[in-house]
Design a protein around this ligand. Structure first.
Ligand code: SF4
Length: 80
């Protein structure tokens, strides 16, 4: 059984991933610039993003592998 994600930004519906370290929090809409958050940050406004969590973790793994020049086979094909 796949373990459930922790209540962190990476598994939050309000989070927008921008690189392998983090992204921005869009819990407050319409800001000129959204606050930067690390993937492991958290707060009491966390909302489950469902399958998006697994898509994000897959993307991060592929990004890190690409930085090292490694070919990665994902569910959707080969990256790099
Ligand atoms: S700071 Fe809170 S609301 Fe914003 S992305 Fe992280 S857990 Fe979600």
């Amino acid at each position: 059984m796949i373990p459930l994600p922790k209540k962190i930004c990476l598994s939050c519906r309000n989070f927008s991933l921008q690189n392998s370290d983090g992204g921005v929090c869009k819990v407050v809409k319409g800001l000129a610039s959204y606050p930067l958050k690390a993937t492991g940050d958290t707060c009491d406004q966390w909302k489950d993003c469902g399958q998006q969590y697994f898509i994000r973790t897959g993307w991060i793994k592929a990004q890190l592998a690409e930085e090292k020049g490694i070919k990665v086979i994902t569910g959707t094909g080969i990256i790099n």
